[in-house]
Design a protein around this ligand. Structure first.
Ligand SMILES: Nc1ncnc2c1ncn2[C@@H]1O[C@H](COP(=O)(O)OP(=O)(O)O)[C@@H](O)[C@H]1O
Ligand SMILES: [Mg+2]
Length: 294
């Protein structure tokens, strides 16, 4: 059997039968993408060495690499995607999921050390975003987008050096990269992050729980009301938990969430997505502005 599945990264994903078992082959034929995919495999292998409650990582059997191609061969997971899972999940299951996310991130925090991330990391990234927006044909003549970028630059200039845990991070912890199998949640699609911090994983999961990003990318019909209610429940639980526990979360979550959406905006090409991103970013700037004046 050989089945093709469409992901977001442009990699080929096929289900293959080997030794009577189903495997996933994730491959790229883009030489520029090879180091990223290999790094993804290495992160996944490293994560699979830690024991998490309810969180698992598909086993990697082999990574095949040439200068122009790479393939990750891994365990196939029978699972539901987040929409299918939330359609049927009851209250108890959502509680498990919340617990598992908190536990996973707390473990990442334990495996990290508090470090000073220099302000230049953020301001350089911001300059890069501004350049990319300026070059993006869908945005360069969009006065509203340009104004949001300008106001965001002011925010990033005001953040300064940041003290936060650095060391471990999934890198793209959105719902679309979690495979749901009963009360076990399999993490896939590990990625480089511009700051290797667990805070960036909280930013990514809240990209979905607070802003419903992955539903925007989901093209089959689903119960939007149910999904919003469940997402909000998860979001409130995560936000309250980390707000109470960590000063760096209270200080830097919001500017880093803004940066997260700016980095999506810079590559925006779909009108509907760009409109959504501008709405989200304007809302974030309003919150940041209010908290500054409070
Ligand atoms: N180990 C796996 N077992 C089962 N399905 C998988 C596995 N890895 C990937 N998939 C399927 O492929 C999709 C895309 O995989 P992903 O690694 O997130 O690719 P992309 O980098 O393109 O986002 C997943 O949403 C899932 O449906
Ligand atoms: Mg993915």
């Amino acid at each position: 059997m050989k089945l093709d599945i469409q992901g977001h990264s442009g990699c080929d994903i096929t289900i293959v039968t080997e030794d009577n078992e189903l495997h996933i082959h994730k491959s790229t034929h883009d030489a520029g993408y090879v180091p990223r995919l290999v790094n993804q495999a290495n992160k996944q292998i490293a994560a699979s060495k830690t024991e998490y409650q309810h969180i698992r990582v598909p086993k990697i059997f082999e990574v095949v690499q040439t200068p122009t191609d790479a393939t990750i061969k891994m365990e196939y997971i029978y699972s539901k995607n987040f929409v299918e899972y939330f359609e049927s999940a009851g209250f108890e299951q959502i509680k498990y999921l919340i617990g598992a996310i908190k536990y996973f991130i707390d473990l990442e925090i334990n495996h990290s050390t508090l470090q000073t991330v220099p302000s230049s990391i953020l301001t350089d990234k911001m300059a890069d975003v501004a350049r990319k927006v300026e070059k993006n044909v869908h945005l360069k003549d969009d006065a509203e987008a340009q104004e949001l970028v300008r106001r965001s630059s002011d925010v990033m200039n005001g953040v300064g050096d940041m003290v936060m845990p650095v060391g471990t991070c999934h890198g793209d912890l959105t719902f679309s990269n979690i495979l749901f199998n009963g009360n076990n949640y399999y993490l896939i699609d590990f990625l480089d992050s511009f700051i290797e911090s667990p805070l960036l994983d909280i930013v990514k999961i809240r990209q979905d729980t607070a802003y419903l990003w992955s539903t925007l990318m989901y093209h089959k019909p689903f119960d939007k009301v149910r999904l919003s209610i469940i997402s909000e429940k998860i979001d409130t639980a995560i936000d309250e938990y980390f707000t109470e526990k960590y000063d760096w979360y209270r200080r830097y979550y919001m500017p880093l969430q803004l940066m997260n959406f700016l980095r999506i905006l810079q590559y925006g090409h779909d009108d509907k997505v760009i409109a959504y991103l501008k709405r989200v970013i304007a809302g974030q700037l309003a919150i940041l502005n209010n908290s500054k004046n409070a």
